[in-house]
Design a protein around this ligand. Structure first.
Ligand SMILES: Cc1cc2nc3c(=O)[nH]c(=O)nc-3n(C[C@H](O)[C@H](O)[C@H](O)COP(=O)(O)OP(=O)(O)OC[C@H]3O[C@@H](n4cnc5c(N)ncnc54)[C@H](O)[C@@H]3O)c2cc1C
Length: 375
């Protein structure tokens, strides 16, 4: 197998598949890792793929120049967002000034990047999707928009921002705005789909998947007009257990070069976990924004959000991704060997974290029998 970058270290940014003039590259996702594989029969050795590969040619990271915490002024918008709602307000402001935005949506069983040019389209962008989203095909669309002298705001995983910048090469800095998410790692979408299929979730007929409500991390999905949770309220489902433990991110995430204070974008968005603003505000969601450029600061300042100072040391302490990548857990190999041997995701997670899963199962039974009440 000939791969664009080192085996199992592909970030899945798809810059190489998009630049290849011969359609010779396919990103293979085996749930454990990603690989951009070259079809040697089609390859003409132009090396265009290597030139845009962020693993081979790392993108320059910028030092932050300003740190803020806060939330959007519209209470209802804040409550519908994962954190303090900065992402939505940035997109809204950007569109109101004639720009277009590109970020991640759930579309037809996939988490993909889509472009929006109208505020009415923005609602579906809300929310953290704790999987590796797929940017395939989006960079050339962004290039055409930039070529037509329209401004674009791209919000996504840091490796996808890097992929976009590598693909574009030279571009007019005034036309491209980028915001990356503080990211502790992301699992393959295939893994999530397999887990949901095990739970008999009718993937074809669901309109959205949610991974958290503020500080409560729990998988749920929407069908017609009702929301269905994988586990009862107060109980953590196994996918979320595995995700928060860092059990099954794709392999590249554990050596992520973007898990540092210096960042790839104009603005970095995350949760202000270390905030001392109090429980009440914490429950409603507090965003953290780190700005690397003046244009990032300006976009934040003109959006409809409340901006406050933040204790930088505490913010960094509370988010290890601003210092180093997530550590590979000792259970990870066991997990993938169990999957490979044909075990379900559900069972494999239980084998990795038996005590925790047992506690959650007992809690679920007690809740069902009305013997336990969530406070
Ligand atoms: C995989 C992942 C891991 C994260 N880890 C951390 C962390 O460790 N610490 C931390 O502080 N914050 C983390 N975040 C960010 C956090 O969950 C919130 O998304 C962020 O605080 C923004 O919140 P918000 O209320 O402003 O916007 P939200 O309503 O959450 O909107 C987020 C924006 O990001 C986009 N987005 C969401 N998921 C993805 C995705 N998978 N790929 C591309 N774009 C996406 C949405 O389309 C939207 O534009 C992570 C996000 C993801 C997707």
């Amino acid at each position: 197998m000939k791969t664009v970058c080192d085996v199992n270290l592909c970030a899945g940014c798809y810059a190489c598949t998009e630049i290849c003039p011969k359609d010779a590259i396919t990103v293979i996702d085996d749930t454990n890792s990603l690989n951009a594989v070259i079809d040697e029969k089609k390859c003409i050795h132009c090396k265009a793929c290597e030139k845009v590969c962020q693993q081979i040619h790392p993108i320059e990271l910028k030092q932050p120049i300003a740190w803020f915490q806060g939330w959007c002024n519209d209470d209802s918008s804040r409550s519908r967002s994962s954190s303090g709602g900065f992402a939505y307000e940035l997109m809204k402001r950007f569109i109101s000034e004639g720009g277009v935005v590109c970020s991640c949506v759930y579309n037809n069983t996939h988490f993909v990047y889509k472009i929006a040019s109208s505020e009415v389209d923005l609602e579906k962008y809300r929310g953290s999707k704790y999987v590796k989203s797929n940017p395939e095909g989006i960079y050339s669309e962004i290039r055409s928009i930039i070529d037509s002298h329209r401004k674009v705001l791209f919000i996504g995983l840091p490796c996808h921002v890097a992929g976009l910048k590598c693909y574009l090469g030279k571009y007019d800095d005034e036309l491209l705005y980028t915001a990356d998410l503080i990211c502790h790692g992301s699992p393959s979408q295939k893994l999530l789909k397999k887990f949901l299929a095990e739970k008999r979730v009718p993937l074809d007929s669901i309109s959205n998947i949610s991974f958290r409500k503020k500080s409560v991390f729990r998988l749920s999905y929407r069908t017609n007009n009702s929301e269905v949770s994988i586990a009862p309220q107060g109980v953590r489902d196994r996918f979320t257990i595995g995700f928060l433990k860092g059990l099954f991110y794709t392999k590249n995430c554990y050596s992520c070069r973007y898990a540092t204070q210096n960042r790839v974008s104009d603005i970095t968005l995350g949760d202000s976990w270390g905030s001392s603003l109090g429980m009440e505000e914490g429950r409603k969601g507090i965003s953290l924004a780190i700005c690397q450029t003046e244009k990032g600061i300006q976009l934040l300042q003109k959006s409809d959000i409340k901006l406050m100072d933040v204790n930088i040391e505490k913010a960094i302490m509370a988010n290890h991704q601003l210092r180093e990548p997530s550590k590979m857990t000792k259970e990870r190999d066991l997990f993938f060997s169990l999957i490979k041997a044909g075990n379900t995701i559900n069972k494999s997670i239980r084998r990795c974290y038996p005590k925790m899963c047992f506690r959650q199962s007992i809690k679920a039974i007690l809740i069902k029998c009305h013997l336990y009440k969530q406070v």
